[in-house]
Design a protein around this ligand. Structure first.
Ligand code: ADP
Length: 398
């Protein structure tokens, strides 16, 4: 099946064209700077690369149109006509409690995604615009929504309930939702395949460590707890996000510095995390370099970052009552042997032991990095959210 996969964000649209019979991605690209000056399309199909910068500002409809034009371009395209696309799969960030699975998009699904806007004000509106743009250009092509939150809908009440007055859950659905679900799902199932065991018999911790980062406890193939909460701010230390803090700090700083709720939102989402502690950068590679040259705050940032993840590994093993495997994925998890080692240091008592030379060799590829006598396997698995979106789209449309 020929499937267009779309990830429509506030100022950019990422796309991939999949042919599930021909083994995957045929072409991919990014339209950036939507709604501002100097929009840019960067497209590639195998070795063929194409860039185009329209002279005027563009909206999301025009961005989708640019992507489709590139896909049928006589030199850089991979199709003759856009109606060769048989289905469209959209990454949608928040599905609230309405979606425990992907869904074929109809007006009721669009309404339900719209109802989740208060829970993801930055993400769901551009996701919806992407859907509407496709509906306008390819009205007869079926579309599927694949939600970042869906995999975590199996979490039990005990894991998703916050100890606030219960009416806030009843009135506003304030609870833990979790994100990166497509990635956690993919690497957990792939881990079971690599280990050659049925996922129903495994307890797995999946650590998605990118710019945003979250960690999930997957027991018997189901997400039973995850570190991100109502929003993607809770949990691990991230590039610019603080993750877990004492909630009273918010009121404390607001009063001391006469700041607004919006100021604090900005401070915790954009100025904290690795950037906040190191004072220089949110990019982990740069934090590691600075730490190696003796920068104390960069070293502290790394220590806090890895210590938090290690605490979650212990907590989730306790939550599941055991552990068979730890999986690392995303930019940091797939590439940084230093960070993996710092996290797992001291966890030998749990049966987690990694082989240093395997760990160093595991850069952007699937590998079991445990020692042969480790009772808990440690795996590095590059994530593939697009593959899941393509499979889900094909499954639902068929
Ligand atoms: P996003 O959440 O934006 O998709 P990625 O999954 O691409 O992010 O991860 C980006 C992060 O991965 C950055 O902080 C980057 O520094 C980090 N990263 C990438 N390669 C390495 C590496 N070799 N060592 C340490 N960190 C790395």
């Amino acid at each position: 099946m020929i499937i267009l996969i779309l990830n429509s964000g506030s100022s950019s649209v990422k796309y991939q064209l999949w042919n599930t019979k021909k083994g995957g991605v045929q072409a991919k690209g990014l339209v950036s700077r939507i709604g501002i000056d100097k929009p840019l399309l960067e497209h590639s199909a195998g070795e063929k690369k194409y860039e185009h910068s329209p002279s005027d500002k563009i909206d999301h409809n025009q961005a989708v149109k640019l992507a489709l034009d590139a896909l049928v371009h006589p030199d850089y395209g991979v199709m003759k006509r856009i109606d060769e696309i048989e289905a469209i799969g959209h990454r949608v960030v928040h599905g609230g409690e309405a979606f425990a699975e992907s869904a074929i998009i109809d007006s009721a699904v669009v309404d339900a995604i719209r109802k989740c806007i208060p829970l993801a004000p930055l993400h769901n509106p551009p996701n919806l615009i992407g859907i509407e743009a496709c509906t306008a250009i390819l009205p007869k092509t079926p579309q599927v929504a694949v939600f970042d939150t869906a995999f975590h809908q199996t979490m039990p009440e005990v894991a998703y309930t916050y100890a606030l007055p219960y009416e806030y859950y009843e009135k506003y659905k304030v609870r833990r939702y979790g994100f990166h679900g497509t990635s956690h799902y993919y690497v957990a199932y792939r881990a079971a395949e690599i280990l050659g065991k049925p996922i129903e018999k495994l307890k797995i911790i999946t650590a998605h460590l990118g710019n945003g980062a979250s960690i999930t406890a997957v027991s018997e193939g189901k997400s039973v707890d995850t570190s991100m909460g109502l929003t993607p701010l809770e949990g691990l230390v991230m590039g610019t996000r603080c993750g877990d803090i004492d909630p009273a700090i918010v009121m404390f700083i607001m009063e001391l510095e006469s700041k607004s709720a919006k100021d604090l939102d900005n401070l915790m989402n954009k100025k904290s995390g690795l950037l906040g502690i190191s004072g220089t950068t949110n990019d982990l590679r740069d934090v590691i370099k600075a730490s190696e040259t003796g920068n104390k705050r960069a070293k502290l940032a790394l220590d806090v970052y890895t210590y938090r993840i290690r605490k979650y590994v212990g907590a989730y093993a306790a939550a599941m009552g055991g552990l068979d495997a730890v999986v690392f994925t995303a930019g940091v998890g797939e590439n940084s042997s230093i960070i993996r080692k710092m996290i797992l240091d001291k966890l030998e008592f749990m049966g987690i032991k990694i082989d240093d030379s395997k760990n160093k060799r595991a850069v952007g590829k699937e590998m079991d990095i445990s020692t042969s006598d480790a009772s808990v396997r440690t795996l590095v698995i590059p994530t593939n959210e697009e593959l899941v979106i393509a499979m889900e789209t094909e499954r639902l449309v068929k």
